[in-house]
Write a protein that binds this ligand. Structure first.
Ligand SMILES: Cc1ncc(COP(=O)(O)O)c(C=O)c1O
Length: 425
């Protein structure tokens, strides 16, 4: 038995499923998750000392590579001054200024501790500001595990949200309207049915929780104009795309401005952080200025702020960062696409910048229903082959691959060789 297997055996007795977040489980691919001991650059090392090239990168925040020396140093320095005060700090002001400076649509921002909290709070602010209750959400988009948003299933337009999880009362999701990603007609229909009841449309500007699904041309712009027409707010959930597609995230990449934006892990450099922000008039409804209550003892924690500031500052100061990262993504995923085509593999490659996904279906994937056409058994075989070859992929067909600045061309060429060996028989 390996050390990972031993730890997993112990873990399942005392942690549900042996993991503290279900996406880490190997349920859909079989076997025990690799328990990680350390990570550096693009590499991650498990409890048995096996090294892998990591494409999870903590689900995004390690965009500079694992164990970034500047972030590490700033965290160590911050630790010298105590870990938490429960009172405001200069670091929180610095962080807020950084975000507002980088992202033009953000005039005010509130720090929280996770993406879930950020989205839950943004929805509450949107409802408080508009004095409306309904939320439009796209099937297949994940916005954290708060009750109102834990709805993915449903058969298309205007299905009143049916909870995806036990423990979520029907009442919590009855105001969540589910529509199909990339289908503006369904959104129009929702607005026509509830012209004065929709507080906000929330969207992942690039779907990154159903594999990687790109917005069709005009989709995000269409959401913007529908929200304007009906007096609703547009919320971009940039937990994945923020500071990844571009310094100013999907808003900058696609040139569409949201009213509220949510961020998560990436702005914490590896520490538990999230944030929501946007228009000043909307953010002004948040307590203690306004009537929308939202709070957090550890929000803006000094160690987390030190890590986040160190990360965002490096991203901001390297003027070519996104050009280089996205060019690497274009090349790497482009090469994978060539291999799949050469092998005539029944697969579809979706990618944008440093995010990519091989779907094990030959159908184009533009929404959740199409993503679900994938052969998850075929994915599982591929996953286990890659793991055996020292490549650490997310253990699910419906997750993205994340590149970081530490994924060099040389490393990626090695990965391409392994992919070629698998597909070109
Ligand atoms: C787009 C999106 N929103 C929200 C969340 C929730 O973030 P967290 O896991 O930090 O609560 C996630 C998590 O991956 C996400 O991908």
């Amino acid at each position: 038995m390996t050390r990972s297997e031993q730890l997993f055996k112990e873990a399942v007795e005392i942690i549900p499923g042996g993991v503290n977040s279900p996406v880490r489980a190997f349920q859909s691919v079989g076997g025990a998750p690799r328990f990680i001991k350390k990570a550096d650059g693009a590499m991650i090392t498990d409890a048995d000392g096996n090294e892998y090239i990591d494409f999870i990168t903590s689900w995004g925040p390690m965009i500079l590579g694992h164990n970034n020396p500047v972030i590490r140093q700033k965290v160590l320095e911050a630790c010298e001054n105590g870990l938490s005060y429960g009172a405001p700090t200069e670091a929180e002001v610095t962080m807020a200024k950084l975000i507002c400076e980088i992202v033009p649509s953000i005039e005010m921002v509130r720090m929280v501790n996770s993406g879930t909290e950020a989205v839950m709070s943004a929805i509450r602010a949107a409802r408080g500001y508009t004095r409306r209750n309904k939320i439009v959400k796209f099937t297949g988009c994940y916005h954290g595990h708060s009750d109102a948003l834990l709805v993915k299933a449903g058969s298309g337009v205007m299905t009143a949200g049916v909870p995806d999880s036990a423990g979520v009362p029907q009442g919590a999701t009855q105001d969540t309207i589910l529509v199909t990603y990339n289908d503006l007609d369904e959104v129009k229909e929702a607005f026509k049915t509830y012209p004065e009841e929709i507080a906000a449309v929330i969207v992942e500007p690039v779907g990154a929780n159903m594999g990687v699904v790109l917005p069709k041309e005009g989709f995000l712009e269409g959401l913007r104009s529908l929200c304007d027409e009906y007096g609703s707010l547009l919320i971009f959930d940039e937990v994945i795309t923020g500071f990844r597609l571009a310094l100013d995230g999907a808003q900058g990449y696609f040139g569409v401005r949201a009213d509220l934006v949510t961020y998560g892990k990436i702005i914490g450099g590896g520490m538990p952080v999230g944030a929501y922000g946007g228009r000043k008039d909307v953010m002004s409804v948040v307590s203690p200025v306004g009537a929308v209550y939202q709070a957090g003892t550890l929000s803006g924690n000094p160690i987390a702020m030190a890590a986040g500031i160190a990360e965002l500052t490096q991203l901001k100061e390297d003027k070519d960062f996104y050009k280089k990262l996205n060019a690497m993504g274009d090349w790497f995923y482009g090469e994978i696409d060539k291999i799949l085509k050469e092998a005539k593999a029944p697969c579809t490659l979706n990618h944008i910048g440093s995010l990519g996904c091989i779907f094990f279906t030959d159908h184009e994937v533009t929404n959740y229903a199409e993503a679900k056409m994938s052969d998850t058994k075929a994915f599982s075989e591929y996953f286990n082959y890659m793991l055996g070859e020292g490549v650490h992929l997310a253990p699910s067909q419906f997750e993205a691959m994340f590149l970081s600045a530490a994924h060099t061309k040389e490393l990626l060429e090695g990965v391409l060789d392994k992919i070629r060996k698998y597909f070109v028989k």
